[in-house]
Design a protein around this ligand. Structure first.
Ligand SMILES: C[S@@+](CC[C@H](N)C(=O)[O-])C[C@H]1O[C@@H](n2cnc3c(N)ncnc32)[C@H](O)[C@@H]1O
Length: 131
């Protein structure tokens, strides 16, 4: 998607997952780095886009974390992420196959966790505070 000259940098603070991602990587235009997205800089900044799939809900200090990410974006850069809606809207969490493996999550955001960004208004407030 980034073309022949584009670069993608994956950042995760799990050493095991960075090792796994490197092993699975099939192209030199994608690299992986160990780091905490809340405080660390990804090698290669500034970036045109910051993207996360189900990662940003775990930030202990989301304002500081999103500000840190914003500081690594080029002018006009964009942020995109996926996060879960309310646990009540995700019955797979509490029923079905996963129920035997997962402990019940806190039902009251804003505690950092899978559902901490389920409220769009809170997300807007956090992103606004982060600049
Ligand atoms: C639910 S997993 C999602 C993984 C992957 N994006 C996916 O969709 O399969 C959340 C990931 O975010 C990482 N993570 C959570 N907080 C982080 C942080 N502050 N900095 C870097 N990585 C973080 C975790 O180590 C984990 O790999």
């Amino acid at each position: 998607m980034v073309g022949p000259t584009g670069r993608v940098v994956g950042l995760d603070f799990s050493d095991a997952l960075v090792v796994l991602a490197k092993r699975r990587s099939e192209t030199s235009s994608v690299t992986f780095s160990l780091g905490d997205a809340q405080v660390d800089r990804a090698p290669g900044a500034p970036f045109d886009v910051a993207a996360s799939q189900f990662g940003v809900m775990f930030f202990e200090d989301p304002v500081a974390a999103f500000a840190n990410i914003a500081s690594q974006l080029a002018p006009g850069g964009r942020l995109g992420f996926s996060c879960w809606q309310r646990v009540e809207d995700n019955p797979w969490w509490l029923t079905g196959v996963l129920a035997g493996f997962l402990t019940e999550p806190p039902r009251t955001p804003p505690t950092a966790g899978p559902f901490s960004l389920c409220d769009p208004e809170r997300v807007a407030t956090l992103l606004g505070a982060a600049g």
